[in-house]
Ligand binder design. Structure first.
Ligand code: ATP
Length: 435
């Protein structure tokens, strides 16, 4: 059933649902578009509407072949909508679920495209903050690239920021210089969160590079480097553990991944350099099959961190809702009449764990993947079936997933306050306010 969105657009059918709203296939004066209609409760939030309007110029101005362009922002009665370029194809999560692991050339080509998109955003002083396979769309109408990869476009710019509740934190002690800020809530999707966000620092461009490197690892391995188990355990691993090597991965690619997954933001490459280095690797990866590795063992519930009192700590609440009933994530189909992806709740809020909580886990290497058939001696853990892994991913990705977008928002006052360690000085999440 068609419905009008503002005076210029008509929404025809649902393409899918995310945590912030529903995406519709629609039409406007310039042809077919995708319209993201934000949830009613968000649309009723006057502050959020204000931020929408404020961010308008930044969102509309971000033009790059690897960024899903925002064409318009509509504020009309109860409707709050982002009108976007329509990408005819699928999202990267759907492709990954179908193939489990991508050939290195395809994975690297997709990551290079996303790095290009990030480079454009960072140049415009916008940090994405929620880079993950769900937010990468594959344009099936674009030319086939290396490894059979269609062009990749990064979407959902600004959504995390808009839906978030930025707070201007007290800036300076009496007569002193700016205090380093710690946020009190963590936002994002646990598997892709950079350690500095978990530690409460404002998100800089380098968090996107870390998230993209996590996505690339996942495309190659079929699982993320620090995922698995309770969301709190995932957060802790980001901060305390090193990445387990992937058997069979070409060394240069591994070194690149390691550099971008560095705990120290300053050690990571910037997005333009990452894009260039990935593209340089492409010829050497041509024809290489997907890596032949097993999933790591599933995590046990005891991975959930415990407080000093020995009870599950409130910093790590259980996922808001079970993902078991969540249907598979939808594609962005060329086809019509798609059912909504899910009725996922919006971002789950977690408070930033304290240093003791983060240090609670053993320092070590994340669950080591093994070459196929290789047994792990003495392991008491059972191996997860692919189905269990899939369900675990959905649980984490969907329910606990978008851990919140509540704070980190020291970034709003980041102007002139970039930490020296930032890979892209001057970049912060508040596009339009940026100096
Ligand atoms: N510009 C677009 N063109 C075509 N399909 C799109 C476009 N943007 C989003 N979609 C599709 O709409 C569905 C919902 O997208 P949405 O961005 O709302 O959620 P998400 O990114 O999957 O999840 P979340 O917002 O919770 O992170 C997805 O299947 C996505 O592939």
């Amino acid at each position: 059933m068609a419905r009008k969105i503002g005076s210029r657009y008509t929404a025809h059918q649902i393409l899918g649902r995310g945590s912030a709203g529903t995406v519709w296939l629609g039409e406007g004066p310039e042809g077919a578009v995708a319209i993201k209609l934000l949830r009613e409760d968000l649309a009723a939030d006057q502050e959020l509407v204000g931020r929408f309007v404020q961010e308008r110029a930044a969102l509309l101005g971000l033009a790059d072949p690897h960024v899903v362009g925002v064409r318009d922002l509509v504020v009309d009665g109860n409707d709050l909508a982002l009108v976007m370029e329509l990408v005819r194809g699928t999202d990267l999560r759907t492709r990954l679920e179908r193939e489990r692991r991508l050939a290195p050339a395809a994975a690297v080509a997709i990551a290079a495209d996303v790095a290009d998109g990030l480079a454009a955003a960072h140049a415009a002083r916008i940090v994405h903050r929620d880079v993950k396979p769900e937010n990468v769309l594959l344009d099936m109408q674009g030319p086939l690239g290396p490894g059979g990869a269609h062009p990749a476009l990064l979407t959902d710019f600004g959504i995390a920021r808009l839906v978030d509740v930025p707070r201007r934190l007290p800036q300076t002690p009496a007569g002193g210089s700016t205090v380093p800020l710690r946020s009190t809530k963590v936002i994002g999707t646990p598997d892709y969160l950079a350690p500095e966000i978990i530690e409460g620092l404002p998100p800089r461009a380098s968090v996107d590079v870390y998230a993209l490197a996590t996505v690339l690892y996942e495309l190659l391995a079929g699982f993320t480097p620090f995922g698995g188990g309770h969301p709190g355990a995932v957060l802790r691993r980001h901060v305390t553990e090193s990445v387990a090597p992937l058997p069979g991965i070409p060394d240069e690619l591994w070194q690149l991944l390691l550099q971008c997954l560095a705990k120290a933001p300053a050690s990571r490459l910037r997005a333009p350099e990452l894009a260039a280095r990935l593209r340089e690797l492409l010829p050497s990866l041509a024809g290489m099959p997907p890596l032949d590795i097993d999933e790591p063992e599933d995590e046990q519930p005891e991975d959930a961190p415990e407080s000093a009192a020995g009870t599950r700590d409130e910093a790590f609440p259980p996922p808001a809702a079970s993902g078991e009933a969540t249907p598979p994530r939808g594609a962005v189909p060329l086809v019509q009449g798609t059912a909504p992806d899910s009725n996922r709740d919006t971002h789950t809020s977690m408070r930033v764990p304290g240093p003791d909580e983060l240090a609670g886990g053993a320092h070590g290497t994340a669950r080591a993947p093994r070459a196929t058939g290789e047994r792990r001696a003495g392991s008491a853990r059972h191996r997860a079936s692919p189905e269990a892994v899939r369900r675990r991913r959905i649980r984490l990705g969907a329910a606990a997933a978008a851990l919140v977008v509540a704070a980190g928002l020291g970034g709003w006052l980041a102007s002139g306050d970039d930490d020296a360690g930032d890979a892209t000085p001057g970049v912060h999440q508040s596009g339009p306010d940026a100096p």
